[in-house]
Design a protein around this ligand. Structure first.
Ligand SMILES: Cc1cc2nc3c(=O)[nH]c(=O)nc-3n(C[C@H](O)[C@H](O)[C@H](O)COP(=O)(O)OP(=O)(O)OC[C@H]3O[C@@H](n4cnc5c(N)ncnc54)[C@H](O)[C@@H]3O)c2cc1C
Length: 505
């Protein structure tokens, strides 16, 4: 379908579908609506002043993807850059280009932070309240269907634990989520606190300019090195069209990720050994691998961190960076004192201590006058909530690239909207049978997940309430599975137009 054939008719205050969030997911949702529901009007409300979400917010040195772009990219738009593990600005440009090429950018209303959405069954629509700008001015938009593409974490409040003595420290303390170009670190002594994806990205990137970078971790993380440029991509692109090469690379990586995840869950000792030998091979002889690269948990109990071309190991090997596995006793005026008694001098301390998870971008929901208590809801197919009508959530995988799931969620949401139209229904609500067993929504033992689980929906133990985190299975369910499954309740038929009264003689 071409852009010209897409209906642009949109009243300022009512749309058929309202997307919240203009990140990777929101732009993808706009694309799918245009292509699969071309008669539907839609708008995107975005809290920030620009497109891109995560890829616009995070500006710290070295910001990059930690999964490959053949699976983090949209299914419909080949990733053509040579780098499979891409830098943040390139990913941001990819999202912006998608929005531009498809006219999605013209649907976005920036500086609109959605705070509340109320469903009325009588009117069969959502009334959505958004704060505009900083002056508390609010606007309302009504919509037949809500598509929440708000990501999964708090944008303004990252997670920073209280560190004793931090007020005494004379240098700079910054969380990566608040990084700005004004933070000078060339020739300075840097300590990065943390061991997750952000820390392992920051350390080699900052080590290029800093006097020295120390990664201070309380406990280690599993780290795997992969080529930044995929050698198979070069071959595939030589012999295949861009689209065909992308499909091949995407499936290759989907299968490789799934195989690695399954192997980690079924043969954790084998995978532990594999990862350890990988680290040993890339570090100088005699390097203390054990304290620094031997996590207390099994691979994929928490996310495995990816480093492109072994850049972290290279920085550790050439001495521009080092690791301390220890705990902070206190900040001092000049750095950090550790529980072992060791002191680390620092000019800049980067607290790569993680995110604060946030469900639905902080939006309060009400259905027919009743407030929705999010932790009491259960995810349906990982993309709707029990008892909440006409609302889809774009939430990606934790064990594979985010966009793989979000693309499928969009396809399903479009199928659902078309199915409702064909059946003349105005309302689709996942109905949970009383007594259905539940479990936490996210199956990872990471601190940032465990801190937030009581504020997130639950999942069930069987389909359609269980989150399988399995792309192949989701293709069958979301792309090809029946929409009517006896759990999703269709109701609220469109009122039949009354025949015109015959004129009196
Ligand atoms: C540093 C970093 C690196 C990552 N790397 C990877 C990776 O390599 N691979 C991977 O699979 N995943 C990765 N992720 C996860 C990543 O967030 C997703 O891949 C993806 O970018 C999420 O896109 P999104 O559009 O769903 O959410 P976001 O990018 O978070 O965008 C959400 C948008 O919604 C807006 N919004 C939120 N609440 C509201 C509201 N109430 N009203 C209006 N607008 C609102 C936000 O302003 C934002 O623009 C990474 C995350 C981080 C933080």
């Amino acid at each position: 379908m071409t852009q010209a054939s897409y209906s642009c008719a949109m009243s300022p205050d009512h749309v058929d579908v309202l997307i919240i969030g203009a990140g990777l997911s929101g732009v993808g949702a706009g694309y799918h609506l245009q292509h699969y529901c071309p008669s539907k009007t839609y708008a995107i409300l975005e809290a920030r002043a620009d497109i891109g979400g995560t890829w616009d917010l995070f500006r710290y040195p070295g910001i990059r993807s930690d999964s490959d772009m053949y699976t983090l990219g949209y299914r419909f738009k080949p990733w053509e850059d040579a780098k499979a593990i891409a830098d943040g600005p390139s990913i941001l440009e990819y999202v912006k280009e998608t929005a531009r090429e498809n006219g999605i950018d013209s649907k976005i209303r920036f500086n609109h932070r959605v705070v509340r959405a109320e469903w009325s069954s009588d009117e069969a629509q959502w009334t959505v309240t958004a704060e505009r700008g900083d002056d508390g001015d609010t606007v309302t938009v009504t919509a037949g269907f809500l598509f929440m593409c708000t990501g999964y974490y708090h944008y303004s409040e990252p997670y920073t634990p209280e560190f004793p003595g931090s007020e005494r420290f004379a240098g700079t303390i910054v969380h990566p989520q608040h990084w700005s170009d004004e933070i000078a670190y060339a020739d300075k002594r840097v300590v990065v606190i943390g061991s997750g994806a952000t820390a392992v990205t920051l350390v080699p990137a900052m080590a290029k300019q800093a006097a020295h970078v120390t990664m201070l971790q309380r406990s280690p993380t599993y780290i795997i090195s992969l080529p930044g440029e995929d050698p198979i991509a070069k071959v595939a692109r030589r012999f295949l069209s861009s689209k065909a090469a992308y499909a091949v690379l995407r499936w290759k990586n989907v299968l490789a990720q799934a195989a690695f995840f399954q192997l980690s869950r079924r043969r954790p000792r084998f995978v532990k050994g594999l990862l350890r030998r990988g680290a040993e091979r890339q570090l100088p002889a005699g390097y203390p691998v054990d304290p620094h690269f031997r996590p207390r948990y099994d691979p994929w109990d928490q996310r495995v961190c990816l480093v492109p071309d072994g850049d972290l190991f290279a920085a550790l090997s050439d001495g521009s960076a080092s690791i301390e596995t220890d705990e902070i006793e206190t900040f001092t005026e000049t750095g950090l004192k550790l529980k072992s008694g060791k002191e680390l001098d620092a000019d800049v301390v980067v607290t790569a201590t993680g995110l604060n998870l946030l469900a639905l971008g902080g939006t309060q929901l009400a259905v027919d006058g009743d407030e929705v208590d999010i932790p009491q809801t259960v995810g349906y197919k990982g993309m709707m909530l029990s008892g909440v009508p006409n609302m889809a959530l774009s939430l990606g995988y934790t064990n594979a690239s985010w966009t793989l799931k979000c693309d499928l969620t969009c396809e399903y949401a479009c199928r659902l909207i078309n199915h409702m139209d064909a059946g003349g229904y105005r309302q689709a609500t996942p109905r949970l049978a009383p007594g259905t067993p539940t479990q936490p929504f996210i199956d990872l033992k990471s601190g940032y997940v465990e801190r937030a689980l009581d504020r997130f929906p639950k999942q069930g133990v069987h389909a359609p309430w269980r989150l399988y985190q399995n792309y192949a299975r989701d293709i069958l369910t979301l792309r090809h599975g029946a929409i009517e499954d006896g759990v999703l309740e269709f109701s609220n038929p469109k009122p039949v137009a009354k025949p015109a009264e015959p004129l009196a003689a």
